[in-house]
Design a protein around this ligand. Structure first.
Ligand code: FES
Ligand code: FES
Length: 161
């Protein structure tokens, strides 16, 4: 079997994989990093979003081999160095941006990518950017509010839901 090497959350990992192994599978089954969720395996739900060389990708739509030499960041790498929640994670907690939590890793990774390219998005921009992330529980209201709060914008006028 071919060998693949990449950096995951700053740590170099290397393993033999089958050519058909998906990056999501490699992370969850190979590395036992189960923070990246798999909700559909057909690149629709966004639960599996990770960053590859700084770009958000649906890891169920990427072969592990295609991540050769890449810098991959997963939800496990999102907390601050001291273990406290990142600003985005804290905002999801503070604004009830999750219920069952299944979509949350992907939502947080997508939100982080959005705020990197657009630090002060409008509500419409947040909704548009998160279109590739499906949540079955929240109705999205509090997720959008959490992302706006994480961007430092005042969300006190947005009603709680
Ligand atoms: S598991 Fe990848 S998009 Fe749903
Ligand atoms: S919180 Fe349950 S799917 Fe989003």
């Amino acid at each position: 079997m071919p060998r693949v090497s990449m950096k995951v959350n700053g740590k170099t990992v290397s393993a033999e994989v089958e050519g058909r192994t998906l990056l999501s599978q490699f992370l969850r089954e190979g590395l036992k990093m189960t923070g990246t969720h798999v909700g559909c395996d057909t690149s629709q739900c966004g639960a599996c979003v990770v960053h590859m060389d700084g770009v958000p990708v649906k890891s169920c739509a990427v072969f592990a081999m295609d991540a050769e030499g890449a810098e991959v960041k997963t939800i496990e790498g999102m907390a601050n160095a001291d273990g406290t929640l990142s600003v985005i994670q804290q905002a999801f907690q503070d604004h009830h941006g999750l219920q069952c939590g299944f979509c949350t890793p992907g939502m947080v990774m997508s939100a982080a990518a959005l705020l990197k390219e657009n630090p002060k998005p409008t509500e419409a921009e947040v909704r548009h950017y998160l279109e590739g992330n499906i949540c079955r529980c929240t109705g999205y209201h509090n997720i959008v509010k959490a992302v706006l709060a994480a961007s430092g914008q005042d969300v006190s006028a947005i009603a709680a839901e």
